[in-house]
Design a protein around this ligand. Sequence first.
Ligand SMILES: [Fe+2]
Length: 313
Amino acid sequence: MLTRRLFLGGLAAACAAGPRKLFAKEEAEFDDNLLVFLSDVHAGAAKTCKCARRKLKEAVAEILKMRPLPRNVLVFGDIAHVYGLGADYDASRPQFKLLEDAGITVTMGMGNHDRRSEFAVRWPDAAKKSLVPGRYVHLVETTSVGFLMLDSLQGTDDRPQNDTGPVPGALSDGQQEFLRDFLAKRTKPVILCAHHAPKELKLCGKPLSLVVVTTPCVAGYIHGHNHRWTRAWMRDKDQKTPERAKHVLCLPSNGLWGDIGYATCRVATGKVEVVPCLKDFWLSRPVAPERRPPEWEDILAEGRASGPCTFRL
Ligand SMILES: [Fe+2]
């Protein structure tokens, strides 16, 4: 569904366009069924985060040039660099604000490198809109499917500033209760989203991957954390008829290591298609072309050839 609205273009963009365009309002078209997924942004304040900050800036600029504009941008956690410092959220907040100023709704998920209390200072509305008190859980609806962003961060806010917290993910008891009730009532398709893979998470004692496959309204699962564009079919061999297989998709990192890029998501009748927009591959940091090992081209070619990931509704 396409909708139109007025938005005030970013001040910097207006300045760059010249004085006549300053404060000019541009009419933009939004597609409610087009989304952009960013993950593992890691755009902290440290000098070592220069590349991650640049990649975030580039991704935001590319999103703002999309026509129609996506109605929603979802961020799958690890917004901060390593420790979830307040300065990290200060470093990335202005870029996300450019998206919000353009009329795009930005939904933030928590990763193992995040810290809820520091995030809350920079994103006060996110906690108010969360479906689970004390956690960041948000439902993003489109015409035919919802995306439920869960909060799989185990680390607590009272950990020391230089403590990364636990790397594995977990859903809090309150969040598990919410999810159990949500899935019991839900009839419209939903794709579960979180920073961590479903095999790391449990819902009321059951592996979350099993819940995804056996719950009729759940169309699949999308996560970050592994920094690679990978997809796999989940199935349950003991499942009663009709047997289903559902995709689990891991997103690239937008700017730290592994596959570097983001993904666009289009919701159509009966299916959702997520398309990778891979820019590079970094072992730990960008490497000049002349210093890349011979396997670099193979890694990039594999990424380019991997194609979209489809979820059937
Ligand atoms: Fe990460």
